[in-house]
Ligand binder design. Sequence first.
Ligand code: ZN
Length: 337
Amino acid sequence: MRAILVEQGGGPEVLGIRELPDPVPEYGEVLVRVRAAGVNRRDVWVRSGQFGIPAAGLVPGSDAAGDITAVGPGVVGWQVGDRVVVYPGSSCGRCEACRSGRTNCCPQFSPTNGAYAELMAVPVARLAAMPSGITFEEAATVGVPYLTAEEAWLRTGAQPGQVAVIWGATGGLGVAAVQLARLRGMRVLAVTRDEDKAERLQREGAPEALLWDGQHSLAAEVERRTGGLGADVVFDPLGAATFGQSVTMARRGGVVVTVGTTTGSRVELELREVFTKRLTILGAFLGAAGLLPRLLGLFSRGVLTPVTDRAYPLDEAAEAHRALEAGHVFGNVVLTP
Ligand SMILES: [Zn+2]
C-alpha cells in the first residue's frame, strides 16, 4: 500500500510517500480501505515530534473514513463493504473508565495514528458505522475536532444564552466549537485574525466575529459586548499567546477551556485572578468513543454541515500541512488516499 511515512520528525517536507507492506488484520481487527483522512493540528505536532512520542517511523493521521475490505479472525457484526469511521483513540477496554463509557479517561488511552495510508488494520472497538447522507471526506473531519469540542461543551455544562468566546474560530477545531455552541443556543464571539474569514464566519452562523491582531488584549472588547460581565466560557486552542487573556475575559464563575497549544504550552497565570473570580480551568482532549456515532448522526440528519476547505491527494500531504500551518484554511482539510 502507499502511505505517508515520517522517517524523522521535522517540517512538512518529511511527509514522504512510501510503498509499505499491506497491514494484515489480527484477531478482532478489520482492514479498512481509507477513502479520506482528516488532517488535524495534532498531526502537525506528531510530525514535528512535539507530542511526546517519537515521530520517526510513524504513519501520521488520527481521523479516517473508509470501507472494510477484509475481516480478521474473531470479528462479529462487521462485514466486507461496510462503511466505517475510525475513532481516533485506543484504550484498554477493561478498566472502570472504559466500562463506564469514558474511554478517553482510561489510564492507557492514547490518540492513534496511521490514517495517512491506503489501508489500516483497526480493532472493531474503534469502529463507528458511517451513516448515510454524508461523504467519506465529510465523515473524516468529524473525529478529533468535533469529539474535542463536544467534550468541552458537555463538561462546561454549556447553557442556551451563555456567552462563549472561541479563539482560533476558523480552524477545524474552532469551526466545530462554533457549530456545537450554536447548536446549544450559546451566543458565540468568534475570534479570527483575518477580515475575510470574519465575513465567512458570519455566513457560517457566528454573527459576532472579533478581529484580533495577534498582540492586543480582547478582554476589554469582550467586557464591552457582555455588559461588563465577561464570557461564561472561553474556548482556547491557542495556549501561550492567549491564555492570560482568556482568564481575564472569563466572567466570575466562568470556565476557561484549554484544548490546544498552537502558540506554545507554557503560560504564566495570575492565580489570584483564578480564585477570586471562582474560575474553572478545564482541559478537553478528544471525547469518549460513544460520542462519535451521535456526532455522525448530527451530520447525517443535516443538523450540522461539515466545513471542508480542501481535499488533497495523499502524496500532497506536505502541501496540506503547509496550508494548515500558514493559516490558509477555513474549517477542515482532508487527504484522499
Ligand atoms: Zn481502560
